[in-house]
Design a protein around this ligand. Structure first.
Ligand SMILES: CC(C)(COP(=O)(O)OP(=O)(O)OC[C@H]1O[C@@H](n2cnc3c(N)ncnc32)[C@H](O)[C@@H]1OP(=O)(O)O)[C@@H](O)C(=O)NCCC(=O)NCCS
Length: 149
């Protein structure tokens, strides 16, 4: 019922719909050129941006977007899960879990030594799922933007 795989160019239109839903979830309105570049990177196997898709009953119903990068703490690359989204109409059927399990499998296949991600402290729906994989640690996030945002 659930199948996961790499994103392909043929998924672009559906991915854009899901990306739009993800942006609405975060109440953000990214400039179209950011979306275009993100999609282009996801589709380009030469970049370190990893796009994975979940199909549910044959229809694309969710995606993950991750960045693989070197780490000063480990010999092998590590994988940062930046975005995870499931179509609201398809939630609660294990698709989110399947997308995380898919990345764990990718870690094994591609030799990435760690998968990590963060979420808002109050995203209880997501955290209920995440807590089934690992416990949250006690790090907090700081951000500085060049343009002073
Ligand atoms: C967080 C999110 C990705 C989870 O996706 P999902 O597909 O609904 O997740 P799952 O179905 O794998 O798990 C969610 C619930 O369904 C349950 N579930 C899993 N398999 C199931 C199945 N076969 N049948 C019924 N329920 C199932 C899970 O146990 C979990 O329920 P519980 O935590 O209440 O016990 C989704 O809610 C989402 O896109 N949210 C908005 C964006 C977001 O928050 N992204 C993460 C930001 S970091």
């Amino acid at each position: 019922m659930i199948a996961t795989r790499a994103i392909a160019a043929a998924d672009s239109a559906r991915w854009l719909e899901l990306w739009d839903g993800y942006n609405r979830f975060y109440e953000t309105d990214l400039p179209p050129r950011v979306t275009e570049q993100t999609l282009a990177r996801l589709l380009d196997p030469a970049t370190s941006v990893i796009g994975r898709i979940a199909e549910y009953d044959g229809r694309v119903a969710g995606f993950s977007a991750s960045i693989v990068h070197p780490s000063t703490w480990e010999i092998e690359p590590v994988c940062y899960l930046e975005d995870l989204f499931v179509d609201p109409a398809a939630r609660g059927h294990g698709i989110g879990r399947a997308l995380i399990e898919d990345l764990i499998a990718q870690c094994h296949e591609r030799g990435w030594s760690r998968l990590y991600w963060h979420t808002r402290a109050d995203n209880l729906k997501a955290r209920r799922l995440y807590d089934q994989f690992s416990s949250a640690d006690d790090f907090v996030r700081y951000r500085l933007f060049r343009d002073g945002r």
